[in-house]
Design a protein around this ligand. Structure first.
Ligand SMILES: N[C@@H](CCC(=O)N[C@@H](CS)C(=O)NCC(=O)O)C(=O)O
Length: 203
């Protein structure tokens, strides 16, 4: 979803191929593991045919392909601050917190452990966003990633994690959801997700 948001922000004309997370079959009938053996999304096939993986790399690649969209700082310290946030979101939030909370097979102890650790990260992020609209001075691909990850909190029981405990984060997410690129990506991904659930239920 983060890559989708970035591509819409850039005004690109991408073609998306869905990967079924259970079967790892692609929407056009291929075995996704033959394309990327780890079976993780996203992966981006460039116009010259190379495969690029890892969300942080893909987001920066998209920003670099469409510099006029201003999705990443062009230089100076700010370009490293972008990487700082991409790393923070990918490690401290995405993998460190949300993956465990969203995994139905994770034991309750693992979930409580992740929440106990993750709260300090959310606190830190909320402090940063308390008086800012975006992670950097303007919208960047890091916001595309953060909006994606924070949006997952909606699928987590509030008894475990309630984003409303950090009004700066809840407010940030609400603002991001209003952004046309994010609203469009959310709606499209939601339809794909419900179709996937229906597919597996009837299978
Ligand atoms: N380090 C990878 C992680 C990507 C990732 O975890 N993707 C999830 C979806 S959000 C996935 O494909 N999960 C399927 C699986 O674990 O088999 C990145 O940042 O791109």
């Amino acid at each position: 979803m983060a890559a989708r948001i970035a591509l819409y922000e850039a005004g690109a004309a991408p073609s998306f191929i869905e990967v079924d997370p259970k079967t790892k079959q692609t929407g056009d009938g291929a075995d996704y593991r033959a394309i990327y053996s780890l079976g993780l999304v996203p992966a981006l096939r460039t116009d010259t045919g190379e495969l690029l993986t890892e969300n942080a790399a893909i987001l920066q690649y998209v920003a670099a392909q469409f510099p006029e969209a201003g999705l990443a700082p062009a230089g100076g310290l700010a370009q490293f601050q972008l990487q700082q946030w991409l790393c923070f979101i990918g490690t401290e939030l995405h993998k460190g917190l949300f993956v465990t909370l969203l995994d139905r097979t994770a034991p309750p102890e693992a979930k409580s452990y992740s929440v106990a650790k993750g709260k300090s990260r959310l606190e830190f992020l909320a402090d940063h966003l308390a008086d800012r609209e975006y992670l950097l001075d303007r919208f960047s691909v890091a916001d595309a990633y953060l909006a994606t990850v924070l949006n997952w909190s909606r699928a987590i029981p509030v008894a475990l994690l309630d984003l409303q405990s950090w009004p700066a984060l809840a407010g940030y997410l609400a603002r991001m959801q209003q952004r046309p690129s994010v609203a469009r990506a959310l709606q499209e991904e939601y339809l794909l997700y419900t179709a996937e659930l229906a597919r597996h239920k009837s299978a």
